[in-house]
Design a protein around this ligand. Structure first.
Ligand SMILES: [Zn+2]
Length: 409
């Protein structure tokens, strides 16, 4: 009740997970559970469009190492010890942080996806969940596992969790398996997430092995369509962006993780925007960011792009927020603050020192952190109120136990 929306006091009513009324005249009906939102701004939730949530367990483990050493000597051996319960509590830990910082939906690629799906269900968020597909020595088994993972996610999830495929990257999945994913994703109505052009080496290796740059290789497999998101895209060239725009795929930039792992380049945002490429923004895994606070990625994104363009006006706070809300891609777009849409929203503390002055959009992108979020609601259910997240103590304790068990704490 009495939240501020674009300078006006409004109230919002939801029933069975959807918004039934919104506006200045809306009143509570008998039996309604109400939230006093005076002093709070009503805004849509954030969409973290690429992460590996359970890697919250690896936060602060083996930092400050080169990408290959970090992966091969530290992360992969630890991941080999993961059981579903570790992934469950790691994902719950990540969800707790996302709820606190205003993320209402995320795209996840990780092992034991059925445990991820259960964690998302229990935490109350929305997610698209997929298991990484890596050919390894047995491509047939990898494909069967990916199919089974999709079944398991669908079995353990309600409408808030969707299942998909996640071929890991061009350097870990053969053209044959990529083609298989394209067919299966279409047959089974699953989305596709893949890492693409994160490092320059990846591009050089792709050209050497296949004679074409990564986006063209992906297109050859039939995977570059409107249900695909490609994460990173740092080294995409103009011809690739043209192709991606034509096919209607979405590129997700991960500015903080790219900086932390020193990939050396910058996502060509303006070239992509000019061509009408669908775009989103993600944190990438908390092992390589290390935060899941999307506001920090939004600020970094805007500053990097302004600086690269030699133009402070090249991208503004509202455009950056649109990216953070999934509004720059049909695939990522979340519900709007409108009757009939799902009741997913945030209430933001306008009296917070970071937000008390000036425009809200600029305050959110340039001054605030996720700590200004007072209330997070997904599908009409209040997941956090007054900055207090119920049960967070247990989640942290369980995650710490799991980190000890797998030897990363
Ligand atoms: Zn990733």
């Amino acid at each position: 009740m009495d939240a501020t929306l674009e300078g006006e006091l409004v109230s919002l009513r939801s029933e069975e997970g959807s918004i039934t009324e919104i506006g200045p005249e809306v009143t509570a009906a008998e039996g309604d559970e109400t939230i006093d939102a005076s002093g709070l701004a009503l805004v849509p939730g954030f969409v973290n469009a690429h992460t590996h949530a359970a890697m919250a367990l690896f936060r602060g483990f083996a930092d400050d190492l080169p990408l290959t050493t970090w992966l091969e000597d530290h992360i992969w051996p630890a991941e080999a010890r993961l059981e579903p319960k570790h992934v469950y509590w790691g994902t719950r830990l990540a969800c707790a942080e996302m709820i606190r910082t205003g993320t209402t939906a995320f795209w996840d690629m990780y092992w034991h996806p059925e445990a991820v799906a259960r964690a998302v269900e229990d935490a109350g968020l929305r997610a698209v969940v997929a298991a990484p597909l890596i050919d390894g020595s047995d491509a047939a088994k990898a494909r069967a596992d990916a199919d089974e993972a999709l079944d398991l996610v669908r079995e353990s999830a309600s409408g808030r969790v969707r299942a998909g495929y996640a071929p890991h990257a061009l350097y870990t999945v053969s053209l044959d398996s990529l083609r298989w994913v394209a067919e299966r994703a279409e047959e089974r109505e699953g989305t596709v997430q893949i890492h693409l052009s994160e490092t320059q080496k990846e591009v050089e290796d792709c050209v050497a092995a296949h004679g074409v740059r990564p986006a063209f290789h992906l297109d050859r497999a039939g995977l570059l369509g409107p249900n695909t998101i490609v994460a990173h895209g740092v080294w995409l060239d103009e011809a690739e962006l043209e192709l991606i725009a034509e096919r209607g795929a979405t590129v997700v930039t991960n500015p903080v993780a790219n900086l932390k792992l020193a990939v050396g380049g910058l996502f060509p945002y303006f070239a992509a925007r000019e061509r009408g490429v669908g775009m989103g923004i993600g944190t990438d895994g908390p092992g390589s960011n290390n935060s899941l606070d999307l506001l920090s990625d939004l600020k970094t994104f805007a500053l990097l792009q302004k600086n690269a363009a030699f133009d402070a006006a090249a991208v503004d706070a509202s455009e950056t927020l649109q990216l953070g809300r999934g509004e720059a891609s049909e695939l990522l777009r979340g519900p709007a603050l409108a009757v009939g849409d799902a009741a997913d929203f945030l209430l933001v503390r306008m009296s917070a020192p970071e937000l008390a002055m000036g425009e809200l959009d600029a305050g959110l992108v340039y001054a605030a952190s996720g700590s200004v979020i007072d209330t997070t609601v997904v599908a009409g259910r209040t997941l956090m109120r007054g900055g207090e997240l119920e049960g967070v103590g247990e989640v942290v304790a369980k995650a710490q136990e799991c980190a000890l068990e797998i030897g990363v704490a």
